[in-house]
Write a protein that binds this ligand. Structure first.
Ligand SMILES: NC(=O)c1ccc[n+]([C@@H]2O[C@H](COP(=O)([O-])OP(=O)(O)OC[C@H]3O[C@@H](n4cnc5c(N)ncnc54)[C@H](OP(=O)(O)O)[C@@H]3O)[C@@H](O)[C@H]2O)c1
Ligand SMILES: N[C@@H](CCC(=O)O)C(=O)O
Length: 427
């Protein structure tokens, strides 16, 4: 039987615990989620029929604070995936020292097939179904794949209606007009950018000589491609779910973003005279993008992209995981043998949840920050945690991924020790 995504996620824990002085009881506690909820969401479709969608919310662990994590709308969402994503959120929040535990949610749906009104009814229906499971001090949803600010706005409005009071801190990634934070939409890309910039001199690389390929051109993929190309890196390839484009001399990312926003696809991006200058380029598949000869490969789409089947063909020197779980443990082993360094998701994509934390703090205090304040605090956190994890990897001679888990486990262990045996039992 093939390994489940959660089995793969759990292997990360097993690899790290041998490097941390942590009790057997604590490890046992961290191996399973606190609570898993599956709900049926009935939605009236525009044609009058009723469709029932399956929704999920997993609260993995709340030792360090209320559970936190996004909501994904995608046809492949299932309990195994949501549980794995909630596990990663637990270690991510600890790795960057946020006072949160980990959670995740999702609905098995192709949102591209829904009208705007159907999407709103589904989003509100999801919150209705999980309302007793969430709250500003309990569990705080946010955006993830194919969910966005607009959807978070509907969700927080629905939750506030159910509670009969405004509850802005119950959901992050909201529209600014509803208490969202400046800087949240670009935070994941910017956080990854700060981590890359911190590591670049340590890896003895220079921006202008660094080629980059980015898989996935949504909220986070487009943001990192834009930030890197504006800072002088040569972004030579990008892709979306339908395929990608490659240009040896580098791509014009701002015009690709406006083209993608207007057409929802990359096809023939450089053939539109009205959109951008004609640049020699070729179309490539997502598999080809992953195997390009570049300095930095950034998977920013879905999990399980680099596996034992293609790890031997990867030619990038460094992989920065912005997607959650894009490299499997079996691929990690092959990449390590080939001296390809993987900078892990629980560090590299932590900028999004970090600014979600800032949003939650602003909602609770009622004092709102400028975008400069938000980005400066994000920078301080990403630089400090990246440096610390890099030091642990070098001191212990372990992979950067294992170092990130060790760093997170040490913080989780502190709270376990502080709470005593009480930490092992559900509230
Ligand atoms: N949003 C956040 O705050 C956040 C924070 C941390 C981590 N992440 C993680 O980052 C990843 C992307 O999230 P997102 O928010 O950017 O989602 P998104 O806005 O929905 O974008 C996803 C992108 O991936 C593309 N894609 C989908 N399936 C693909 C495939 N099989 N091959 C190649 N590309 C594919 C999509 O193509 P189309 O454009 O054609 O649909 C889209 O461009 C996820 O792993 C998510 O968990 C997100
Ligand atoms: N979905 C994002 C953001 C979560 C949040 O902001 O709570 C992640 O995977 O980190």
């Amino acid at each position: 039987m093939s390994e489940s995504l959660f089995d793969q996620a759990s292997e990360r824990l097993a690899a790290a615990i041998v490097h941390v002085d942590i009790s057997e009881d604590a490890i046992e506690r961290l191996k399973s989620p606190k609570a898993c909820l599956q709900v049926s969401i009935p939605v009236r479709m525009d044609d009058g029929t009723l469709k029932v969608f399956q929704g999920y919310r997993v609260r993995y662990n709340d030792l360090r604070g209320p559970t936190k994590g996004g909501v994904r709308f995608h046809p492949s969402v299932n309990m195994d995936e949501v549980k794995s994503l909630a596990f990663w959120m637990t270690f991510k929040c600890a790795a960057v020292n946020l006072p949160f535990g980990g959670a995740k949610g999702g609905v098995a749906v192709d949102p591209k097939q829904l009208s705007k009104a159907e999407l709103e009814r589904l989003s509100r229906g999801y919150i209705n179904a999980i309302a007793d499971f969430m709250g500003a001090d309990v569990d705080i949803p946010a955006p993830d794949v194919q969910t966005n600010q607009t959807i978070m706005g509907w969700m927080v409005d629905e939750y506030s209606n159910i509670q009969r009071k405004l509850c802005p801190a119950a959901i992050t990634g909201k529209p600014i007009a509803m208490g969202g934070s400046l800087g949240r939409e670009t935070a994941t890309g910017l956080g990854a950018f700060f981590a890359i910039e911190t590591l670049l001199p340590l890896l003895k690389m220079q921006r202008e000589q660094t080629t980059v390929a980015v898989q996935g051109f949504g909220n986070v993929g487009a943001a990192i491609a834009d930030l890197l190309s504006k800072s002088g890196y040569k972004v030579v390839a990008v892709s979306d779910s339908k395929g990608g484009i490659y240009a040896k001399q580098g791509l014009d990312i701002p015009s690709i973003i406006s083209y993608k926003n207007s057409t929802k696809s990359f096809q023939a991006v450089y053939c539109q005279d009205s959109v951008c200058s004609i640049v020699e380029h070729q179309t490539i598949t997502n598999d080809e993008l992953l195997e390009l000869d570049v300095d930095i490969l950034i998977p920013a789409a879905l999990e399980n992209q680099i596996t034992k089947d293609n790890a031997a063909n990867i030619r990038a020197k460094y992989i920065f995981e912005i997607a959650n779980g894009p490299v499997t443990p079996a691929a990690d082993a092959i990449l390590a043998k080939r001296n390809i360094i993987v900078f892990p998701d629980i560090l590299i994509n932590a900028g999004g949840v970090t600014v979600s934390y800032f949003e939650w703090v602003q909602n609770r205090s009622g004092l709102y920050w400028t975008v400069e304040e938000v980005n400066e605090r994000l920078k301080q956190s990403m630089v400090a945690e990246t440096m610390r994890i890099w030091q642990i990897a070098n001191q212990k001679q372990i992979s950067v991924r294992t170092a990130a888990y060790v760093h997170a486990l040490m913080r989780l262990n502190e709270v376990i020790e502080a709470k005593g045996t009480r930490a092992y039992y559900a509230r």
